[in-house]
Design a protein around this ligand. Structure first.
Ligand SMILES: NC(=O)C1=CN([C@@H]2O[C@H](COP(=O)(O)OP(=O)(O)OC[C@H]3O[C@@H](n4cnc5c(N)ncnc54)[C@H](OP(=O)(O)O)[C@@H]3O)[C@@H](O)[C@H]2O)C=CC1
Ligand SMILES: CC(C)CCC[C@@H](C)[C@H]1CC[C@H]2C3=C(CC[C@]12C)[C@@]1(C)CCC(=O)C[C@@H]1CC3
Length: 336
């Protein structure tokens, strides 16, 4: 039986590396669906995958996770194309207008927190958020809410009594409880929308397990480590990509102290790939699976307990359900 795998944000970085790794492992038994907001970039990714795996079944799906109508019509298309979805990788993500606090960085360099700073980016990154056409905070809509809506819309192909399905979130070590407020789930009143959205994905994954395990749907979260992609390049916009490459020897050195410097999309996709091979029923809903790379360059996956609780995850879930019904009502009125 072919396994059907849908990946959001599949046209670049960690998402594309995951697709490449999945096809390397099993070209013929997979039906890959690349969900991309930009079809030109999606086409380029599909062509690259088919060049290295000409026999593979790779489909494209247009979806902008920040747009309610786009998610709803993409989900409708998925329901038409497939009877069952085995894996749903929720990987698309943004960190818009990042601000790198140089002063805090140098202060952190000479503190006892230096390893944590390099592993999580804690204390040195803030962002300025935008607002989507639907009136939602952009980071929340893209990284979390669009994906939540997608799961809800895909229930008929994800929930089967006799078969399990696995939803896998690309979260982050930058997901901090301190950045999240359950009274402000969109992070309207803060300067760390990225961290808030990733912490919310950790909470949501737990709530999904509570509500859906009996229907065969399981959810897990991973952290890819620090990976050089367009998302990280944008943190220092005046720093051209080749300068990042020049810094690689320094990063390899740092890797001797923190195995979270996975650096390449291939390494960063390790935990995503590892989860593909696991029985979802055997996984712990309270842990995050980290992609790690040792000083010698060996990749492995390590579970680490998350700083989350059931009560907050349930409150978040209720608020997401409420927002879902509000946005759907608005959409119906617009279509009338
Ligand atoms: N790089 C790192 O160090 C880390 C990354 N992560 C997470 O990994 C995930 C992948 O990021 P990464 O590979 O690094 O970065 P990339 O920028 O390379 O990949 C992000 C992907 O998400 C897509 N995307 C962005 N916005 C939307 C949208 N509105 N609708 C649909 N797709 C969208 C992008 O598409 P497009 O090409 O059109 O922009 C792109 O394919 C993200 O969730 C990120 O938060 C987590 C921890 C560390
Ligand atoms: C010599 C300097 C130019 C080195 C600067 C390094 C920092 C820019 C990076 C150190 C740890 C990195 C990190 C992230 C971004 C870049 C760093 C702060 C993330 C926050 C990116 C997004 C994530 O989801 C988690 C990453 C953690 C580590």
């Amino acid at each position: 039986m072919n396994k059907v795998v849908l990946v959001t944000g599949a046209n670049s970085g960690i998402g594309l590396a995951l697709c490449e790794r999945l096809l390397c492992q099993d070209t013929e038994g997979l039906q890959l669906c690349l969900a991309c907001r930009n079809m030109h970039r999606g086409q380029a990714a599909r062509s690259a995958l088919l060049t290295s795996h000409p026999e593979a079944q790779v489909a494209l799906l247009q979806m902008d996770t920040s747009s309610i109508s786009s998610v709803i019509s993409a989900a409708r298309e998925v329901r038409l194309r497939y009877n069952q979805l085995d894996y749903l990788y929720l990987n698309a993500g943004i960190m818009p207008n990042p601000r790198f606090d140089v002063k805090a960085f140098f202060k952190g360099l000479f503190s006892s927190n230096v390893i944590t700073m390099f592993a999580t980016g804690e204390g040195i990154l803030t962002q300025t958020d935008g607002v989507t056409a639907d009136g939602l905070q952009e980071v929340f809509a893209t990284n979390l809410f669009g994906h939540f809506l997608l799961i809800r819309e895909l229930e008929p192909v994800l929930c089967h009594a006799d078969q399990t399905s696995h939803v896998i979130w690309t979260s982050s070590s930058n997901a901090h409880r301190s950045a999240f407020n359950v009274e402000d789930i969109q992070h309207l009143r803060g300067i760390q929308p990225y961290s808030s959205s990733k912490y919310a994905s950790d909470l949501l994954s737990l709530a999904l397990n509570t509500r859906y395990n009996q229907q065969g749907l399981y959810s897990s979260v991973i952290c890819p480590g620090f990976v050089m992609t367009s998302l990280t390049y944008s943190i220092l916009p005046s720093f051209p990509a080749f300068l990042w490459t020049l810094l690689m020897p320094l990063f390899w050195l740092i890797r001797l102290f923190t195995n979270t410097f996975t650096l390449t999309p291939y390494n960063g996709a390790e935990a995503l790939f590892w989860l593909f091979e696991q029985n979802p029923e055997s996984l712990n809903p309270h842990v995050k699976y980290h992609s790690l790379t040792s000083g010698l360059g060996n990749n492995y996956t390590q579970p680490r307990k998350m700083d989350i609780d059931l009560e907050t995850s349930e409150s978040l879930y209720e608020k997401l359900l409420q927002l879902e019904s509000e946005v759907k009502k608005k959409l119906e009125e617009k279509l009338k």
